[in-house]
Write a protein that binds this ligand. Structure first.
Ligand code: ADP
Ligand code: MG
Length: 384
């Protein structure tokens, strides 16, 4: 999406001219899966696929949002904004408008706005189109309402919108990546303190790229497996008398195995070892460079497949094929139960990895995956 076409679409939808354009990226989680709500570590990066939003303030208190996915504007008054009045896709952007009121104690100059949204972040592929739309809305309203909120508070507003207006019990990782990301860098996030550190990935100089393999198997983030895994983690922490699984160390695992039932133990072991893998990834990048993180990505996938049981046959095939055809490392990414896997690949090998994955999917009788490369890109901001 170019800035000029979003402006044209805005004009077609609302019959007037937008006063600004903002954008926010989707994200890939390099490593650290299902650790965020356990107050552990995650290490995502913002990607070069973005949600773009054109906006013009209004004289009244009406908020209107339209998207290229749903071009009829959805309208609500600022006076009526509350989570239970918001439904469908518009709960994401309008939920952010509500949440910004919560986190800013209603300060600033809140007027109505017309908003038009477009995106090239694939929806439901584990690349967080949800955080992209929330973060684009958050930076735009922060500017036009003159809220002067910092990026961490904007991330909290996005999370609040997703938790309360959409009803998905997600952590703060996605919004943090979308808002704090930088070119060729990851966002190392401590989900307990919310301290965030931008860590250079060094992929570009090392000739590496990240191949996303979207299986097209859709996940139900708000329901089902995600909630069940969260509940298992809470039960595990309770049984171990820990405030959260963040407080459970690798050295506690033998004792945990005695205390917990077999399944809960495996859920706990995933989270505890995954936290360690995130720390090891950040350290390895600093000490040895990006080629050395492959085994950590591979181990993360095994843990999600066998201990946390959130992979799928399609994701497992994408990962094992990428590994067998020369990837530095590979893992499923995102909440699981479908979605996408990623492989860290030497640029010279990208095409052969893509071809091998396509061939293995055809042979297995699976729907052809979408494979594309992503770069670690700049976080949300104003475009014009
Ligand atoms: P993911 O974040 O992995 O892409 P989610 O289920 O969390 O998947 O969020 C996807 C939902 O977010 C969509 O179903 C839609 O309601 C909303 N959404 C995301 N991007 C857009 C967009 N550009 N226009 C309208 N709705 C969007
Ligand atoms: Mg999402």
């Amino acid at each position: 999406m170019t800035d000029s076409s979003i402006l044209t679409r805005f004009r077609d939808a609302y019959g007037r001219t937008a006063t600004g354009v903002w954008s926010a990226p989707g994200r890939v989680n390099l490593i650290g899966e299902h650790t965020d709500y356990n107050l552990g570590f995650v290490f995502p990066f913002a990607i070069n696929r973005r949600t773009v939003l054109a906006l013009a303030p209004r004289e009244d208190r009406t908020l209107r949002v339209a998207s290229s996915f749903s071009p009829d504007p959805v309208s609500i008054s600022l006076n009526d904004l509350s989570p239970d009045r918001l439904h469908g896709w518009s709960a994401y952007p309008l939920g952010v408008a509500w949440a910004l009121g919560q986190v800013s104690q209603l300060r600033g100059v809140r007027t109505g706005v017309d908003v038009y949204i477009d995106s090239n972040v694939p929806i439901g592929a584990g690349l967080s189109s949800s955080a992209a739309i929330e973060s684009a809305m958050a930076v735009a309203l922060n500017d036009v309402w003159r809220l002067d909120l910092d990026r961490r508070t904007l991330a909290k507003a996005g999370q609040l919108a997703e938790n309360r207006a959409v009803g998905a019990p997600t952590g703060i990782m996605d919004q943090s990546a979308s808002l704090l990301g930088r070119t060729d860098s990851g966002v190392f996030l401590d989900c307990r303190s919310l301290a965030a550190e931008v860590i250079p990935l060094g992929f570009e100089d090392a000739g590496l790229e990240v191949l996303v393999m979207d299986t097209h198997v859709s996940h139900a983030h708000a329901t089902g497996g995600y909630a069940a895994r969260r509940a298992s983690c809470e039960a595990g922490a309770r049984a171990l008398k820990a405030d959260s699984l963040r407080d459970v160390q690798l050295s506690d695992l033998p004792e945990a195995e005695e205390v917990l039932d077999e399944e809960t133990f495996r859920r706990v072991r995933h989270v505890v070892t995954e936290n360690q893998r995130v720390l090891d990834t950040v350290r390895t990048l600093r000490e040895k460079g990006p080629h050395a993180i492959g085994p950590l990505l591979d181990a993360s996938h095994v843990s999600m497949r066998d201990d946390f049981e959130i992979s799928s046959p399609e994701l497992d095939l994408a990962v094992s094929t990428a590994q067998a055809s020369g990837a530095v490392g590979a893992r499923m990414t995102g909440g699981g139960f479908g979605g996408a896997a990623i492989a860290l690949v030497d640029r010279a090998d990208t095409q052969s990895v893509r071809d091998a994955v396509a061939a293995s999917f055809a042979e297995a009788g699976y729907r052809a995956p979408d494979t594309f490369t992503v770069r670690a890109a700049q976080g949300a901001g104003r475009e014009q």
